[in-house]
Ligand binder design. Structure first.
Ligand code: ARG
Length: 460
């Protein structure tokens, strides 16, 4: 006879080895679902009683027992047992120890398959809401910086070469927009996550007269999953969550990369507070941007989790397979990494200190108003390609002179086109260049200020 304590053990003639027990158990990580497992069980039990499947007395016992277990778990007193395999069996066993037969009736009309699918959806929904709040904190920090520095000019780059002057605020609002789409994606993913699998039982539904809508309402789901086979087996909501998380990390990673560059003395555009940097154990002069570097680095593991889940799912026949137990660690780590990263990045953004003079110097070195000069000639009737050529020659002269375009004399400028007059110096100024891009989506400081204020109002 088997001495195995597993709840499904009656059918088995020998216990699993300790190694197999360890290999198949998920309690080492799925204990994190406990609160949601209890929520789900309470809703299930209430429905069973409501439908006359268990008695009111059993329900009362289940409720008291589960509340007590929840207190124990929160207080850190609950003892998780490996031999009970997972969070569901651990809690059910503890319930039965407390309240006897009522505990054994809880699992009526239910399977761990629809139970775990429900738990994960509840867990993920809770964390999506935290992530949405953290995304908004980042947006608020970006919009605040943008509002404060709408008229600070910095080089806008293409190919990492100085291109045209842009407002620092404009640059911040570019990330605000990326995060706005991330919020849309997360909100959309939340809608599909927020459906109830319970009632699907192992795979085919159950013969008890259950009321799935009641459970859905009780748990705050928008509705029930419409097909039992699909409900217990697919994890597409977790996969799309990870895809949305990868994009958020990708956006933050791009920003981190820029902060790293801007903090390098060759750029010197910004400084980051010491609390986001570390020194070197050997080179005393160093201040390393560790936090943004880790944001960039951690993007790799989040991308990896997305691929893990896609691969986990791709060959599974319907319906539930134990493979799905492997969904949790990638999902948990994605959420942990993302929430930490978003929390730290909101604080870091708020701490960015600008060095506007370095930005101006880089603009002058980069001939950032060359396009403006070309546009000036076009407006005076020169075809754009000819204007482009004339300005290219002017830049070459300025390079040999070691000055910016505004440093050339009127005579020198006129040697490239007789359309050039004294008003050209207004066009060659950095402020004039930025201010002229005065349309929605453009970098004119007035537009940026208005956009930043709009963004802040949206967040309030
Ligand atoms: N620990 C399992 C999981 O995470 C729970 C579901 C187990 N179901 C089963 N039929 N073995 O997927």
């Amino acid at each position: 006879m088997s001495s195995s304590p597993q709840l499904w053990s009656g059918r088995f003639s020998e216990p699993v080895s300790a190694r197999v027990q360890r290999y198949t158990a998920s309690i080492g990580f799925d204990y994190r679902l406990a609160e949601f497992d209890i929520q789900g069980s309470l809703a299930h039990a209430r429905m069973l009683a409501h439908c006359g499947i268990i008695s009111a007395v059993d329900l009362a016992d289940i409720e008291t027992g589960l509340q007590a277990i929840l207190q124990d778990i929160r207080a850190g007193h609950f003892e998780w047992k490996l031999e009970l395999e997972d969070v569901h069996l651990n809690i059910e066993k503890a319930l039965t120890e407390r309240v006897g037969d009522a505990g054994k009736r809880l699992h009526t009309g239910r399977s761990r398959n629809d139970q775990v699918a429900t738990d994960i959806r509840l867990w993920l929904r809770y964390h999506i809401d935290m992530i949405l709040a953290a995304l908004r904190d980042n947006q608020r920090a970006l919009a605040t910086l943008a509002e404060q520095h709408a008229d600070v000019l910095m080089p806008g780059h293409t190919h990492l070469q100085v291109a045209q002057p842009v407002s620092f605020g404009h640059h911040m609002l570019a990330y605000y927009e990326m995060l706005a789409r991330d919020i849309e994606r997360m909100t959309d993913c939340r809608r599909r996550t927020n459906r109830l699998p319970l009632g699907s039982a192992a795979l085919a539904g159950t013969s008890y007269p259950i009321d799935r809508d009641m459970v859905a309402r009780e748990l705050g789901f928008d509705g029930i999953c419409a097909n039992s086979l699909d409900a217990v087996s697919d994890r597409d909501f977790a996969i799309e969550f990870c895809a949305a998380a990868s994009l958020i990390m990708t956006h933050l990673s791009r920003f981190a990369e820029e902060l790293i560059l801007w903090m390098n003395p060759r750029f010197g555009f910004i400084d980051l507070p010491d609390r986001f940097c570390t020194g070197s154990s050997i080179m005393p002069q160093k201040k390393n941007p560790d936090v943004p570097e880790l944001m960039r680095g951690k993007t790799g593991r989040v991308n990896g989790h997305l691929v893990s889940l896609l691969t986990l799912m791709k060959s599974q026949p319907l319906a539930y397979n134990k493979d799905n137990q492997e969904d949790k660690e990638p999902l948990f780590d994605t959420v942990d990494t993302l929430l930490d990263t978003l929390t730290i990045s909101a604080e870091m953004i708020a701490g960015i200190q600008l060095r506007p003079q370095a930005m101006l110097d880089a603009l002058r070195d980069g001939y950032a108003t060359a396009t403006d000069l070309a546009d000036y000639l076009v407006k005076k009737g020169l075809p754009f390609r000819d204007a482009h050529e004339a300005v290219a020659r002017a830049v070459r002269l300025a390079e040999t002179r070691g000055c910016d375009l505004a440093g050339l004399t009127l005579d020198e400028l006129q040697s490239f086109s007789d359309l050039i007059e004294t008003d050209v110096y207004g066009v060659l100024s950095l402020a004039g260049s930025a201010a002229s891009r005065n349309h929605p989506g453009g970098t004119a400081p007035a537009q940026v200020l208005a956009a930043a204020q709009r963004a802040k109002r949206m967040l309030d």
